[in-house]
Design a protein around this ligand. Structure first.
Ligand code: NI
Ligand code: MN
Length: 229
């Protein structure tokens, strides 16, 4: 599968012949000033939770991609379907087969509310099981032993996108433990550097993974790369 990093926790994943966008937050990201939310093209928008650094550009993206389907936990689905957008609701523990592959909604340990104060349900992560690979997108989360359920209930992961910036989520040291819990050695970092609270030392973060024989990829914003099953 092809993955394009669009900054913070926003990724475009091309798999199963479709374009799946995670947590669109481009226009408010000072590090992504060279990208435009209006230019994003996708078939699906998958949302991990309702905080504005994950959903700020959802409506812009959906308006520019009228066929796109927004996928989220029930409360997030309801929020966007009330505004007239096409959606698919899920909740934790469930799988659904989309035309690009199967998706499981899994637990995340964090909080979730929209900028206007409405309840965003609970935060989630996703496992995508596609013909082009299996990807875990953790969303904003603390390290949690629930991650140990993923290798027991999902096909072996090709790669995982984990938050590593600390303060609002786990740090890279906890992400190393998470990578053990999910039995995955190919980790892509997210939720780092965007704001002062989450600035990290890239070399130290990579070294923490390398010491355990694991790879931490810290893509540049706008960088596109391929992961192979
Ligand atoms: Ni958050
Ligand atoms: Mn966040």
């Amino acid at each position: 599968m092809k993955i394009t990093y669009l900054g913070h926790s926003c990724f475009l994943v091309e798999a199963g012949g479709k374009r799946v966008l995670f947590d669109p937050f481009v226009s408010g990201n000072p590090l992504a000033a060279h990208l435009r939310a209006e230019d994003l093209r996708c078939d699906y928008v998958l949302l991990t939770h309702a905080h504005s650094d994950h959903v700020a550009d959802v409506e812009t993206v959906l308006k520019n991609n009228p066929e796109a389907v927004v996928v989220g936990i029930w409360e997030i689905y309801s929020y966007y379907s009330a505004k007239g957008f096409k959606g698919h609701p899920m909740n934790k523990g469930g799988w659904w087969s989309f035309d690009f592959g199967r998706v499981k909604m899994v637990n995340a340990v964090h909080s979730s509310s929209f900028a206007d104060g409405s309840y965003g349900g609970e935060p989630v992560g996703y496992v995508l099981d596609t013909r082009d690979g299996v990807l875990y997108v953790a969303g904003d989360t603390a390290l949690t032993t629930d991650m140990q359920l993923i290798p027991r209930t999902c096909p072996p992961l090709t790669a995982a996108i984990l938050p590593i910036g600390s303060n609002f989520t786990m740090d890279y040291a906890d992400a190393v433990v998470a990578s053990d819990f999910i039995s995955c050695n190919h980790i892509i970092g997210c939720h780092f550097d965007t704001f002062g609270f989450i600035k990290i030392d890239h070399e130290r973060a990579k070294a923490a993974f390398a010491e355990k024989g694991k790879e931490l990829r810290l893509p540049a914003i706008g960088e596109c790369f391929e992961i192979k099953p």
